[in-house]
Design a binder for this molecule. Structure first.
Ligand SMILES: NC(=O)c1ccc[n+]([C@@H]2O[C@H](COP(=O)([O-])OP(=O)(O)OC[C@H]3O[C@@H](n4cnc5c(N)ncnc54)[C@H](O)[C@@H]3O)[C@@H](O)[C@H]2O)c1
Length: 361
């Protein structure tokens, strides 16, 4: 861990021209122009290459792997599902290409150079050995507190003291995970948004025992990874999902009642509230199983009935309609460039008879 990390400086975006020389030093190779994120990095830039061990190479794990590799860090990754692991490097290469386009980086080799820094471990023991030499151990597995705690109790005690534990959980209690892993002072949530390389925000959630050094290290490391960290409270759903999840579930409940259709709902939010994508499309990117897990975990932790997942979500998960990854969710993703809003009137629960049929009773 880099205890010598410098204190955070202010971000003076207005000082464009005096800063340009400094910024040029940290611009990614091939970058044609400067974006606000380059200003962020230049204030905290250090020469170190971080080593990050990532467990879980699903939707979010792949985003984090790409982000780490794109910003010059060495990444070691592992997933208990060999099939998921197999497609990881190719997927991350595609994500890096998309990110390069967005950052206006004109380097045809950019994605290839990034993927060279990704080390995929098919073997659990080899991953553990690699993790021993890392600065950070980042967990990105299913949103299931019991499972996360079991995995942390299994992996963390074997790693050196200096390894910082990051969790990408979107709603769970870092105090419980910190204790499970046996290093509560060096445990912290780094909740990235999907897709990680295209969404700068990272919610940083310290627990009651997280040390100030861990918080400072994490914020500095995230800035160096070209992320935009912000502090959030350790409550179910933290800041972002505490506001977002009830709204997303309300939308699905209205759909289930037959009050709104997918297309109208999303067009309404896009054109009236300036959302970058509608709530139903967002469900499809998050995936319905993850939404279901997040809702149930937040419900268990808060006992708030608005967090209880609607029946339609459970039925979609059961029917394999997981969203963009499975080709079908609230949209039909047969043509991923042109998803079509689905007619989900078959899922409307109109009354007691409907409900009884829906649950197969
Ligand atoms: N999907 C999103 O948009 C989103 C956004 C922010 C945060 N998150 C959070 O990120 C985390 C991961 O979500 P995701 O969407 O990437 O899920 P996912 O289902 O796409 O991936 C989870 C991966 O974890 C692996 N895994 C499960 N148990 C394991 C174990 N014991 N050892 C090794 N690997 C194991 C699975 O095989 C799977 O590949 C969750 O905590 C979720 O709440 C998700």
């Amino acid at each position: 861990m880099r205890e010598d990390a410098p204190p955070l400086k202010g971000f003076f975006f207005g000082l464009a021209s005096p800063c340009f020389t400094m910024i040029k030093a940290v611009l990614p190779e091939g970058a044609k122009s400067v974006t606000p994120r380059h200003y962020l990095i230049c204030f905290t830039h250090k020469e170190d290459v971080m080593k990050v061990a990532i467990i879980g190479t699903g939707v979010m794990g792949r985003g984090w792997i790409t982000q780490c590799a794109m910003t010059g860090n060495e990444v070691h990754c592992y997933d208990s599902n060999p099939e998921t692991l197999e497609g990881t490097v190719a997927y991350c290469g595609g994500l890096a290409t998309k990110a390069a386009k967005k950052l206006r980086i004109d380097d045809p080799e950019y994605a290839a150079k990034a993927t060279e820094r990704i080390h995929v471990h098919q073997d659990r023991e080899a991953f553990v050995e690699a993790a021993k030499g890392c600065d950070v151990f980042l967990e990105v597995i299913f949103e299931d507190l019991d499972l996360k705690c079991r995995v942390l109790a299994d992996y963390l005690p074997g790693l050196p003291e200096n390894v910082i534990f990051w969790s990408n959980t979107s709603s769970l209690d870092i105090d419980v995970m910190g204790e499970a892993g046996g290093r509560p002072d060096r445990s912290i949530v780094t909740h990235g948004m999907n897709p990680v390389p295209l969404m700068p925000g990272v919610e940083v959630v310290p627990g009651a025992k997280t040390s100030p050094q861990t918080v400072e290290f994490t914020r500095t490391a995230l800035l160096e990874m070209q992320k935009a960290p912000f502090l959030a409270p350790n409550i179910p759903g933290f800041w972002v999902n505490r506001l977002l999840v009830p709204q997303m579930l309300d939308a699905v409940r209205l759909l289930e009642q037959g009050k709104i259709q997918v297309e109208d709902g999303d067009v309404g939010l896009l054109t009236s509230l300036g959302h970058p994508q509608g709530t139903f499309k967002l469900h499809d990117f998050v995936t319905t199983p993850t939404m279901l897990r997040v809702a149930l975990e937040m419900y268990q932790a808060s006992n708030d009935p608005r967090m209880y997942p609607p029946l339609i979500l459970m039925r979609m998960v059961r029917n394999g309609e997981h969203g963009a990854v499975s080709g079908k969710g609230f949209y039909d993703w047969s043509d991923p460039r042109n998803p079509k809003a689905r007619d989900l009137s078959g899922y409307v629960v109109g009354g007691a008879d409907h409900m009884i049929r829906a649950i197969g009773a």
